[in-house]
Design a protein around this ligand. Structure first.
Ligand code: THU
Length: 129
């Protein structure tokens, strides 16, 4: 799958964003190593703190379907803003080598790895057993 195809799926997911409070729609598409793609959008709540970002919605959907290994994530916003810190940490849990395409509404994008977005992340191996 090309970056443009994955970004296109994130753009579609963005149309489904539920963002009546911020009016900031975000879409994500997460490509698992299995080849399947899991989409996500932000889902806000009147109790604002309960809202979830598009990226985490996609990761939680995928993991709850049995996926643990990922190749790439595309995220689309109006302005091409990059994932929040909470989403970076959740992505890091499943691999710092995952590629992240950060796109704007016109499809222009920048490419990062999770490692670049969250250097020196607190990782599962940092927990004493
Ligand atoms: N949002 C995301 O979905 N992903 C991010 O990485 C940044 C922020 C959402 C959360 C909230 O619904 C809206 O954008 C404004 O912060």
């Amino acid at each position: 799958m090309t970056p443009e195809e994955l970004i296109g799926l994130a753009q579609e997911a963005r149309q489904r964003a539920y963002a009546p409070y911020s009016h900031f729609a975000v879409g994500a598409a997460l490509l698992a190593r299995s080849g399947k793609v899991y989409s996500g959008c932000n889902v806000e709540n009147v109790s604002y703190g309960l809202s979830i970002c598009a990226e985490r919605a996609a990761v939680f959907k995928a993991v709850s379907e049995g996926e643990r290994e990922f190749e790439a994530l595309a995220v689309v916003t109006s302005c091409g803003g990059s994932p929040c810190g909470a989403c970076r940490q959740v992505l890091a849990e499943f691999g710092s080598d995952v590629t992240v395409y950060v796109a704007d509404a016109e499809g222009r994008y920048r490419t990062f790895t999770v490692e670049e977005l969250l250097p020196e992340a607190f990782m599962p191996e940092d927990l004493p057993r």
